[in-house]
Design a protein around this ligand. Structure first.
Ligand code: C2E
Ligand code: MG
Ligand code: MG
Ligand code: MG
Length: 278
């Protein structure tokens, strides 16, 4: 009897595993075709200057309109893109489209677009040339862009990162360190890196209201940014209380649901026009 049950359990288990495996395989197949089928799209989340309460830019955030499952966030498909070796192609698509918006909104409204760069893309030997090519193709000035690179990605090979960022800087691109506080930055390298913005990871900004330790971490990062001559940006601001704390700490920029969720480009543009009374 027990043996029988055991067998059954095992059978259920493998059946479950099979289902899962088949599902992943299907997702991979659909993801392979997503680019040519035009299923990727970008959402734009506003970035505000805390003091003036005005929009300074938008972060471009990737979405996949999966025909089977609807709109999907990158956290669940980025690792698969990476595994399938599609990250560079999709990354180039993101850059091209985000750069076009940067040009349009930069010219019309004087704001910038911030673009996420995956670790794989950043580590590519011809990364800087690719950025320059796409900027040229889309006629986008570097001053209208910010490139977001995670702390972890920058610290994987700090010496190389310094070189790459110096080349970008020389061409006028600005760089934001994304998810700061979740990686292992060496202060020696942080000082050497030609960066412009430090984005404090939302795990800290969200827990700082209840945690004195996290509050002092956020304060320390904001002070660090200031002493290095960089802008501080707090991610994931959802409450007035969080915002008030950041104001007192002297944080320069903020992003989060309190200000606005990632939206379609038309909605993003409407937001700027409304602010400017257009
Ligand atoms: P990230 O660059 O740190 O982006 C911030 C994430 O937090 C976004 O999730 C955004 O929608 C979300 N967020 C913003 N405000 C709030 C808030 O107030 N509360 C909460 N709970 N969440 C908030 P999303 O769009 O799902 O993106 C997740 C991550 O995927 C991004 O983290 C980024 O690392 C990556 N990613 C997104 N788009 C791209 C892309 O085009 N290329 C690359 N390489 N990575 C991307
Ligand atoms: Mg980002
Ligand atoms: Mg982030
Ligand atoms: Mg993140």
């Amino acid at each position: 009897r027990a043996k029988e049950e055991g067998k059954n359990n095992f059978a259920f288990f493998t059946e479950d595993m099979n289902k899962k495996a088949i599902e992943i395989l299907n997702t991979k197949n659909r993801l392979h075709k997503a680019l040519e089928r035009g299923e990727f799209l970008l959402r734009y989340q506003p970035i505000y200057n805390i003091e003036s309460n005005l929009i300074v830019g938008f972060e471009a955030l990737l979405r996949w309109e999966d025909p089977e499952k609807g709109l999907i966030s990158p956290a669940s498909f980025m690792p698969i893109l990476e595994e399938l070796g599609l990250i560079r192609e999709v990354g180039a698509w993101v850059m091209e489209n985000a750069f076009r918006k940067a040009k349009e909104w930069g010219d019309k409204y004087g704001i910038y677009v911030s673009v996420n760069i995956s670790p794989r893309q950043f580590a590519e030997r011809n990364f800087v040339n690719k950025v320059l090519d796409i900027a040229e193709k889309t006629e986008t000035e570097s001053s209208k862009l910010v490139l977001e690179i995670t702390e972890t990605s920058l610290m994987k090979n700090p010496e190389e990162s310094v070189k790459t960022l110096k080349r970008l800087k020389a061409k006028g691109f600005r760089v934001a360190v994304d998810d700061f506080g979740t990686g292992y930055s060496s202060l020696a390298y942080l000082k050497k890196l030609p960066i412009d913005i430090i984005k404090v990871d939302m795990t800290f900004t969200q827990s700082m209201v209840n945690s004195e330790v996290d509050r002092s971490i956020v304060k320390t990062v904001i002070d660090l940014a200031r002493s290095l001559g960089l802008d501080s940006l707090a991610e994931g601001i959802e409450t007035k209380e969080q915002l008030e704390m950041l104001k007192v700490m002297g944080c320069k920029l903020a992003q989060g649901y309190l200000f606005g969720k990632p939206v379609k480009d038309e909605e993003a543009e409407a937001l700027i026009r409304k602010e400017k009374g257009l």
